[in-house]
Design a protein around this ligand. Structure first.
Ligand code: FAD
Ligand code: NAD
Ligand code: SF4
Ligand code: FES
Length: 814
């Protein structure tokens, strides 16, 4: 007897995943044919967001290449669309690359996915309007970004925001039009949604909220978008990301039961005999899913059914999502809005921008929203899925920081140990605990990277990484290379530590951010808001004279050279060396403040004048009129050198503190550092300039100067340590140059000197700066770094391209 004929319609993620499972369970049971309307082998649609952003190539997202089909004896027709199903005759007809065909089947699986919803408004079919779903859509957007300037993304859901971030990366100005007042309202509560909006705004994304699109403007091509309230906005490219609709037309025409999706039972059977449906096109117990994890769970059940292997039915999934590519950590799982039966446990740390909420019903967790720190997402998801009783757990520990144990009765390791072998550990790639454990044992794997290469677990969003690490530990016991896995990576996008990244850049001669991420094997090809600015800094520190700053890897303040305020305006702080000014400078500042209607003028703690409430379009004209250097009040750089009046005027003063402050500020201004650096110079030990709480505090003493290092007057107050006592002004300059350069070369990005000096040790730093040879070498490298700096305000005033890219105001809704 010949093999049974199994036919799959849809060469997408869900259908092919079910076939992969089936091939493992019953390799020879079926003669398999797959029809795919798209002209590619099966690919990872999730990764399109990375392809759009330019960090992953199309070929890299193929899950199974053509060889896989051939090796597994699967007949694949790509570019071949099935046009009808005849369930009575058990045939399908198709047309496309292989010509018109009728093919018979014994068993049929429909996995046609969804169609992106296109709002049926006038102009929606114009060139320049794209619904984002496929490789082709991604290519069209990338091509448009080369020619055009402004994109409007309709829809502030997961897809819209990932598309918007990708288009920003491609250099477009991006506005997101959202119908409601909260982004990602299908996943987030109001608080998380607002935090997300603020964070994305800081990246340069613009939002038009509560806008209903009424018409796409343009004759030959889209030129703008008009709203129901009569306002409009210009657009060269319009991307629709307003949800999906299950692709059910074939099933409907064939007379199958269809509501929203194709109705299936717990075995993925449709209303027609021998016809199954899986993936986004299927509707199970009233739900049509739009994320891969549930679809892979369905695929595993379907594969067993088709293989004739006993297994549990599919009873529905608890969904969870993470926003990708945006550089913001956002997670939502299960129920995310409170109701009468739920109680919420919340942590909201405004300072660190972290918000966490867990919803509890009775004694069980039913949902969670995490913003800013999603390290607990996998663990919380396991607790939700396993319906764990949390009455004996320490509730606050459920929201503890990453890496800490507790709360879960044995932590992550206890949790993975309790998981069944067929429980899915990596939802994105549908990899079970059993598969990972076998790979660890059979292939001798010892690292998360190794598991990824062997099984694909952790290949996509990376959320399962802690579970994979825990599985390594529980499977290998003492053999587990804990040190390798636990070393502090610079962020979740890579397993590499700061030292490894810096060494990699030096050894391989890497010169730009994307190259570093690509060559050093970043897990998240796009990086995130933690690693991108860090890598940008390390590159500039290593190659100061040749490195071209990657502005897109900087936070908005550093990109704009002005601090953005909570109302979207900016603050302008001109440099005043040593906090010393003149009547004419003051007059100029006053005139500029009046001319540009600056609402608030304030003296800062660092002895500067802060012009607050400046409009973006006024920044460059103001800098032109001021004709003063940037005060770097926004930067990871030398901020201010505060001084007391010193010996020239004060009767206690033993040295010219103002002169010293001015000289220091003139030497080190514009220097980029791992975190902000503040200095102060006091003319005697009375210390009126508060030198004891600065990154570098200088105090005049009889016959010399004392240098205090690692002080901080901020959140964690720390008194500086006496680093050295020196005699001359020349010594002061040299010691400080060596100290700052050593900090630049060994500090973690974002680490203040107060933390750095504790980490590396005062004695060690003292030893370095006291060593004349090392001091000289450090000073030479410092000089090289200083020689490469430019005043950013002057640069903007003199460079049309910078003004256009950064400070031109986009016409928004009128
Ligand atoms: C940019 C983007 C990012 C995403 N990111 C995530 C994420 O981070 N996490 C997540 O969980 N989900 C994500 N998703 C959603 C996820 O990709 C889908 O849930 C998943 O791909 C659905 O799988 P499927 O097989 O049901 O449908 P699809 O992957 O769409 O596959 C269906 C296939 O069937 C083909 N087809 C349709 N009709 C016919 C026909 N008549 N004949 C032949 N072939 C046909 C289609 O061409 C398509 O190739 C993302 C989606 C997009 C677009
Ligand atoms: N990271 C991820 O998990 C990820 C990423 C991308 C896509 N996806 C999936 O792909 C599918 C498509 O994503 P999506 O974001 O399009 O779907 P969605 O339904 O999740 O979001 C659509 C958004 O568009 C908004 N909207 C609807 N009509 C609108 C209109 N006329 N104007 C402005 N806004 C409007 C909605 O309020 C909603 O926020 C979903 O299933 C999603 O889960 C997931
Ligand atoms: S620190 Fe000393 S020199 Fe400076 S103002 Fe105070 S008392 Fe005078
Ligand atoms: S859960 Fe996304 S990569 Fe594993």
């Amino acid at each position: 007897m010949g093999k049974e004929k199994l036919l799959l319609i849809g060469n997408g993620m869900a259908g092919v995943n079910a076939i992969e499972h089936l091939k493992k369970l019953a390799p020879d049971k079926y003669d398999i044919t797959i029809f795919g309307a798209e002209p590619y082998p099966n690919y990872n649609r999730i990764m399109l967001s990375y392809v759009l952003a330019g960090d992953t190539k199309q070929e890299e997202i193929y899950i199974n290449d053509y060889d896989w089909y051939e090796k597994n004896g699967i007949r694949l027709y790509t570019g071949q669309r099935v046009s009808s199903i005849d369930p009575a005759a058990k045939t399908v007809t198709s047309d496309g690359a292989a010509g018109p065909m009728t093919t018979s089947y014994d068993k049929l699986v429909i996995a046609t996915g969804s169609n992106a919803f296109v709002i049926p408004i006038p102009g929606s079919q114009l060139p320049g309007v794209i619904a984002y779903r496929t490789i082709r859509d991604t290519e069209l957007m990338r091509e448009a970004a080369k020619k055009y300037k402004k994109a409007v993304v309709i829809g502030g859901g997961l897809l819209g925001l990932e598309a918007a971030r990708g288009l920003l990366n491609l250099g477009m100005q991006v506005e997101v039009v959202h119908i409601g007042d909260c982004l990602m309202e299908r996943q987030l509560d109001k608080t998380a949604s607002k935090l997300l909006q603020t964070s994305l705004e800081q990246q340069g994304m613009k939002f038009l909220m509560e806008k209903s699109s009424a018409e796409i403007l343009g004759k030959e091509r889209a030129t703008g978008l008009k709203f129901a309230d009569g306002t409009w906005t210009e657009a060269d490219l319009i991307v629709m990301a307003v949800g999906i609709r299950p692709n059910v037309s074939l099933a409907k025409e064939a007379g199958l039961d269809v509501v929203q999706g194709i109705t299936v039972n717990d075995w993925l059977e449709t209303s027609a005999p021998d016809v199954y449906a899986v993936g986004e096109c299927a509707q199970h117990r009233g739900v049509a899913y739009g994320l891969v994890a549930p679809l892979y769970e369905q695929g595993a059940v379907l594969a067993k059914r088709l293989a004739g292997v006993d297994g549990a039915p599919y009873e529905g999934s608890v969904v969870y999502t993470k926003l990708k590519v945006s550089g913001v950590d956002v997670f939502s799982g299960g129920q995310f809005i409170e109701d009468a039966e739920t109680k919420a446990i919340r942590v909201h740390d405004d300072w660190s921008g972290i918000y966490k909420k867990v919803l509890v019903k009775g004694s069980k967790i039913v949902g969670a929203v995490l913003f800013g720190d999603t390290s607990e997402s996998t663990r919380l998801m396991q607790l939700i899925k396993s319906q764990a009783d949390i009455t004996k757990m320490e509730i606050t520990k459920l929201l503890q920081e990453s890496g800490a144990e507790g709360g879960g009765g044995g932590g992550t390791e206890g949790m993975v140990a309790a998981m069944a072998d067929d429980a899915v550990v990596c939802g994105c790639n549908g990899v079970s605990k059993g598969t990972i454990c076998s790979a660890i044992r059979e292939c001798g794997l010892t690292t998360v990277e190794g598991v990824k290469d062997a099984t694909t677990a952790s290949r996509s969003c990376g959320g399962c990484k802690p579970l994979v690490a825990a599985l390594l530990k529980t499977t290998l016991g003492d053999e587990f290379d804990a040190a390798a896995s636990a070393k502090a990576s610079i962020c979740g996008c890579t397993t590499l530590s700061r030292e490894e990244v810096v060494a990699g850049i030096k050894e391989k001669g890497l010169t730009h951010v994307r190259e570093v991420m690509h060559v050093l094997g970043w897990k998240e090809p796009e990086g995130c808001s933690k690693c991108r600015p860090a890598v940008n800094y390390y590159l500039s520190m290593i190659n100061p004279s040749t490195y071209k700053d990657d502005r897109t890897s900087r936070f908005v303040n550093e990109r704009m050279h002005a601090n953005i305020q909570k109302d979207g305006t900016y603050s302008v702080v001109p440099r005043m060396y040593g906090g010393v000014t003149t009547p004419s400078e003051l007059k100029k500042i006053a005139e500029v403040a009046e001319k540009y209607n600056v609402p608030t003028v304030k003296l800062t703690g660092g002895q500067r004048i802060d012009l607050l409430g400046v409009k973006k379009e006024d920044l460059v004209p103001m800098w032109t009129d001021l004709d003063m250097p940037s005060g770097y009040a926004y930067g990871k750089a030398l901020r201010t050198v505060k001084t007391c009046v010193g010996a020239d005027f004060c009767r206690f003063g033993t040295a010219d503190s103002m002169g010293m402050g001015i000289a220091l500020e003139k030497k080190f201004e514009r220097l980029n550092t791992p975190a902000k650096v503040k200095m102060a110079v006091s003319g005697c030990p009375r210390n009126c300039a508060e030198s004891g709480i600065k990154d570098m505090g200088i105090v005049a003493i009889d016959g010399g100067w004392e240098l205090y290092a690692g002080g901080n007057g901020g959140v964690k107050v720390r008194a500086g340590d006496l680093l050295a006592t020196v005699k001359t002004e020349q010594d002061v300059m040299e010691y400080i140059a060596a100290y700052l350069q050593y900090y630049r070369e060994t500090g973690n990005y974002g680490e203040r000197t107060s933390e750095w000096i504790v980490r590396v040790g005062l004695d060690h730093v003292r030893g370095v700066v006291e060593d004349a040879d090392r001091r000289r070498e450090l000073c030479e490298r410092m000089d090289e770094a200083l020689a490469a700096t430019k005043d950013p305000w002057k640069e903007a005033v003199e460079t049309a391209a910078i003004r256009k890219d950064l400070y031109e105001v986009i016409e928004t809704a009128k």
